[in-house]
Design a binder for this molecule. Sequence first.
Ligand SMILES: [Cu+2]
Length: 137
Amino acid sequence: MQRNWAWLVLLGVAACGGGTTENNNGNNNGNNDYPGDPGGAPVQAATVEVEDNRFSPDAVVVTVGGTVTFHWVGGAGHSVTPSGTPTFSPTAGVSYPPKDLTVTFTAPGVYEYYCTIHGGSDGYGGRGNMLGTVIVR
Ligand SMILES: [Cu+2]
């Protein structure tokens, strides 16, 4: 009986723990999970490709005052829309290549965003296909 309980605890951790820690960049069909902190040193300037239908990479880490440039490469339309707090600007409505959007992040935080077409129906929290995170530290 003791062993059975241990297995249940392990299963519970596996089922609940992935949402906030894993980074699913290996999923080519979308960013279905919460894009977690990829770790590593923050960079001054990061680029995120806006693809069909994912942000790649779906999580970047930049310095305070650093920039993220979103670069549209997909054939379908995609937006870069902040979700929740903190927010950021400028943003981009549904757009097509050739387009670049550069955002400067002036305060530390975890900035969540999504595509209004391919993200969750209720934004970032819906865990739709196109979710991204900018971590500023
Ligand atoms: Cu999209």
